[in-house]
Write a protein that binds this ligand. Sequence first.
Ligand code: HEC
Ligand code: HEC
Ligand code: HEC
Ligand code: HEC
Ligand code: HEC
Length: 475
Amino acid sequence: MKTVRILSMAGGHTQLASLWLARSHKGVNIFQQFHHSLVICGYSLCLVAMVVISGCEKITNISAPEPNDSTTVLKASDFQPASSCKNCHPKHFDEWSGSMHAYALEDPVFLALRRVGQSQYINALNGLCEGCHSPIGKRSNEIKWGPISAESLSPVTQEGIGCDACHTITSLSRLSNAGFVLSPGTKHGTLRDPQANNVHASTFNDLYQSSEYCGSCHDLVTDAGLGLETVFREWRQSGFQMTGKTCNECHMATYSGTAAVGGPVRTVHDHRFIGADIALISFPNQTDQLAKVTAMLRGALTVSHDIPASVTAGSNLPLRVTLTNDKTGHDVPSGVPFIRQIWVSLIVRDQQGATIYQSGQLDANGDLMDKHSGFPERDQNLFNTQASMLRADSSETGFPWDAAYLTNPSIKPGETRVVDYQVPVPGSASGTLSVEIKLRFRSFPPYVIRSLGLENLLPIPIIDMAELQQTVVIQ
Ligand code: HEC
Ligand code: HEC
Ligand code: HEC
Ligand code: HEC
Ligand code: HEC
């Protein structure tokens, strides 16, 4: 087991306790719902002006991460932007520049959602989002409440999660909600014998090999203990923790190369951080990122099917698709499961090519035909993993800061999910039927993108995780 330094502090313990609570209740904490949408008026003098304007200040369900736990006051100028690492670490720079970490503060969906959150909650969301999406912007207080305008930020803040945001993490204060301690200066990493250079000091820190390190951002928990993003927690409960297979083993592939120009050949780590997502705006290395993400998604589940070789006309053709999560160290999908979609698309055609059955097709807006479709037709047999966030009164919300519950049908590590269909075969059918099945992924449903006023980002690319075809003889 790797040792991980966790500072012992009150906030940390509360958080760990709530992690445990939520774990025993499958992520749904029914005890503290009253926290949710608690609305109080004029509770603080400094908010009086806003209260006058808005009438009321709402309290969100997620507190902004605590300020940096180190005693130093941080300034953006204490950190160096990625561009200053580029000459000596060109490979790391190139890989990182196309990653979702580099995208974190430019991400148009992030920016739009943050805008909505701030408009709904006036001041309460201050600093929450950028706590993980631009740690240096948050800890230096450079990103203020209100729209983020790139021009007013220093380069190191603009770059979201850059080299220094990760490599100056020295320890953790909790395993979620931006619970890392940043101490600018020495670069921490996992080289045990880093060569000296005249720009920075280097030090070995085994925290960087641990999943806990990633978990400090890859777990987002509400004050009531509801896990909204629980990648780390899912991993911790999976068999992958037992076998010591950490995040990096899947997300930072190793290869032989130099850690810095002119340095010795070593085992180094891929900084593309391939997952399920790709940039929706023009971004470095996009084609490469899409190819790698596609491969990652195609390797995430074992997909098999059970389709009879023949069927009698006038009877039902039973079709079974089996999805097993035996390869991924957390739920599939994970991260932000309330906006990710993995669904089964099925089309059965007769010998003339006419469709006799379908599920998982898109409406004219590109949405799946469930309750979110703008059209009346419903797909009764749809299989879709998208989670729903619910308010305390069980109504659905698209906003994490309103959520009191999460119903999450994503496929857990080790779980096998069976999807069954009964296809009525017309009595008049003859010859053969063709069955086409696809398992499809997309990072955002179009209705979410439209609701944020981001139509220009449509269509969202769909990645096929598996596809299969079979012919069935009609008897
Ligand atoms: C003048 C060249 C130079 C510049 C500029 C530079 N580095 Fe390095 N860095 C090195 C060398 C040399 C090593 C050691 C490589 C080795 O031993 O294989 C290194 C090692 C590292 C390590 C590994 C530390 C460890 O102990 O595991 C990290 C992390 C790192 N650098 C980050 C950065 C970051 C972040 C920047 C920009 C803010 C940066 N470096 C800028 C030359 C440089
Ligand atoms: C055994 C391999 C494996 C391990 C271990 C693993 N992952 Fe993943 N991860 C994957 C695969 C495959 C995918 C793509 C399927 C998916 O989206 O779930 C993925 C996707 C993701 C995503 C995108 C999820 C989404 O659907 O949007 C994030 C974020 C992520 N991983 C972070 C982590 C973190 C953090 C850890 C450690 C706590 C971790 N992963 C451990 C294999 C792994
Ligand atoms: C999301 C956090 C994160 C970001 C962003 C990041 N790194 Fe790293 N880096 C790591 C981790 C974690 C390791 C160690 C991986 C391991 O040993 O499993 C590492 C390892 C390294 C190493 C040691 C050699 C190697 O590949 O193992 C260097 C050098 C390095 N990073 C430089 C950089 C530079 C330069 C940037 C920006 C262009 C950067 N990193 C951005 C997390 C990050
Ligand atoms: C400082 C916070 C922070 C740390 C530390 C961090 N991440 Fe991330 N990571 C993020 C954020 C925020 C995003 C999403 C950015 C976006 O898309 O807007 C992300 C995105 C990702 C993605 C892409 C997700 C997708 O849907 O494809 C992967 C994979 C990932 N991180 C893996 C890791 C791993 C592995 C580590 C540990 C070595 C790590 N991260 C450490 C904040 C962090
Ligand atoms: C605890 C750290 C943390 C905080 C706080 C946080 N996020 Fe994130 N966010 C992440 C991580 C990690 C991911 C990547 C998950 C994945 O891709 O699967 C992410 C992904 C996202 C995505 C999806 C990005 C994409 O391109 O797929 C959006 C949108 C987003 N966050 C918006 C927000 C907003 C708005 C806030 C503030 C209300 C916020 N986040 C607060 C860590 C955080």
